[in-house]
Design a protein around this ligand. Structure first.
Ligand SMILES: Nc1ccn([C@@H]2O[C@H](COP(=O)(O)OP(=O)(O)OP(=O)(O)O)[C@@H](O)[C@H]2O)c(=O)n1
Ligand SMILES: O=P(O)(O)OC[C@@H](O)[C@@H](O)[C@@H](O)CO
Length: 445
């Protein structure tokens, strides 16, 4: 499953929009928005993210919405998916009372915007209802956002949602009063007898799975919750049903992408982490410093990495127009030829930190220490492991994973090709796995 769009943060320096027409950056540090769909929504839209559950089916102590991967809790990925959408005015996160402080800390730590936190209830419907009603009230310390025309409701444990689909749901909800995401059924639905035998099976083609996001006009969802029964609040799982039952509003159903799945079991957390890692590791840029030997190595790596599914750009530095890589790249390979000096790496780390690029996703920086054949002195041939370990320990505190690869050029063409392939394989693995365990290591190619 490929997720087309995990929201990437970016630098807080506002790029020239003419140069980067597709990238809208928020003024807050460390946030960028994906390439927006360019659509315009001319009515206020707010979001309710129910996150008040305990996640029992994961078997974990920590509720799944607060379980972290790549250094960030699941709910932060979902919030980011919504805060990057420019036409969404506010996000109401609904959490259990005992998690209110934790949620506030997460919002502050990851600099989330447009977010308010309200207490949930004993069931999902009670939580959603609390969130919807809070939209009509001014928040503590927040500017009075306009009462929404449309409310999007989305389980906080469904992190992979894209703007284009949100737009479809919001527009359909405005027109129809309610709209919901559906997906084809994977398994056939059957009815059982009280003794646990098959009573009958449903014709799968006639049914769909109800997913999230769902959208409602504010009036419809408020009315539905004002009129529904205690039994609905206690046992219900479907907001669309409440709109039909209590408001006579027949939801427009829109088939969504497979990315709308909900994290329910422990394995789903591993799947979510794998998807984010895959999205972060599709490309890298090699900084050569302009050295001929480094360019030669970079060209050889481009050829080798082609087989390893990482798109490589080769640039001399991160200055001028190349600074755009600081805005969009997650993986950097700095080649230093015949010198153990880490000043080039230090400068890059400084630029990445200044750009607050690692706020939401861990960055990977790989220092390739390349000893070319024509280097006579030994000093330039061996990098100091302690130096890179010290630098890496500091960088890790800022969510930048620094790794080292030592490479000695060989006169034998075959041996040299094997070494280059090893650099490519090691670099691809480091980028793909983003393992904190190998940070600061000087790996031998
Ligand atoms: N009282 C509740 C129960 C659930 N939810 C939220 O509703 C979403 C979907 O519910 P589900 O996947 O069932 O989450 P849990 O109830 O936490 O899971 P479990 O049933 O395994 O305990 C989740 O984001 C969950 O946090 C909520 O806001 N308030
Ligand atoms: O039933 P759970 O609480 O696991 O999850 C809620 C789901 O039922 C819900 O998100 C969709 O079916 C759409 O209503």
């Amino acid at each position: 499953m490929e997720v087309n769009d995990i929201n990437m943060q970016s630098d807080n320096c506002e790029p020239d929009r003419a140069a980067h027409p597709g990238i809208f950056l928020c003024r807050e540090a460390g946030k960028s928005d994906h390439q927006p769909s360019g659509r315009c929504v001319d009515f206020p839209v707010s979001v309710v993210l129910p996150a008040g559950g305990s996640g029992e089916r994961t078997g974990l102590q920590t509720p799944k919405q607060f379980c972290s991967f790549l250094g960030r809790p699941l709910i932060s990925y979902t919030i980011q998916a919504f805060e990057r959408v420019l036409w969404i005015q506010s996000i109401m996160v609904v959490v259990a009372k005992e998690n209110m402080d934790l949620m506030t800390d997460i919002i502050q730590r990851f600099q989330h915007r447009k977010v308010r936190v309200v207490p949930g209830g004993s069931t999902r419907h009670r939580s959603i209802c609390n969130g919807v009603l809070a939209l009509g009230e001014e928040g503590e310390g927040t500017s009075a956002v306009e009462r929404p025309k449309v409310v999007i409701i989305h389980d906080a444990v469904r992190p992979f949602v894209e703007e284009d689909f949100l737009y479809k749901i919001a527009m359909a909800a405005k027109e129809q009063g309610a709209a919901g995401a559906i997906r084809p059924l994977v398994s056939t639905v059957i009815a059982t007898t009280s003794e646990g035998y098959l009573d009958h099976s449903l014709e799968r083609a006639k049914y769909r799975a109800s997913e999230m996001p769902q959208g409602f006009t504010y009036d419809v969802i408020c009315q539905a919750y004002q009129r529904c029964s205690e039994s609905d609040f206690e046992f219900g799982t479907e907001c669309l049903h409440l709109a039909l039952q209590y408001c006579g509003t027949n939801a427009k159903l829109i088939e969504g992408p497979p990315t709308l799945w909900k994290v329910t079991y422990k394995r789903d957390l591993a799947a979510a982490e794998s998807i984010v890692k895959e999205t972060l590791s599709r490309s890298a840029c090699i900084i050569t410093g302009g050295s001929t030997q480094a360019v030669t190595l970079a060209d050889a790596l481009q050829k080798a990495v082609g087989a390893l599914d990482v798109e490589l750009d080769v640039i001399p530095d991160l200055m001028g127009d190349n600074a755009r890589y600081l805005l969009k790249e997650w993986n950097f390979i700095q080649v230093s030829v015949n010198t153990s000096c880490l000043s080039e790496v230090e400068a890059m780390l400084g630029a990445l930190e200044a750009a607050n690029r690692a706020l939401l996703h861990p960055l990977v920086v790989i220092w390739v220490h390349f000893s070319s054949m024509d280097e006579l002195s030994v000093s330039g041939r061996v990098a100091e492991p302690a130096a890179i370990m010290d630098l890496a320990s500091t960088a890790k505190l800022r969510n930048i994973l620094l790794y080292g690869i030592q490479l000695h050029q060989s006169k034998e063409a075959e041996r040299w090709e094997r070494s280059v392939l090893r650099v490519a394989e090691i670099a691809s693995a480091l980028i793909r796995d983003r393992s904190p365990a190998l940070v600061g290591q000087l790996l031998q190619a």
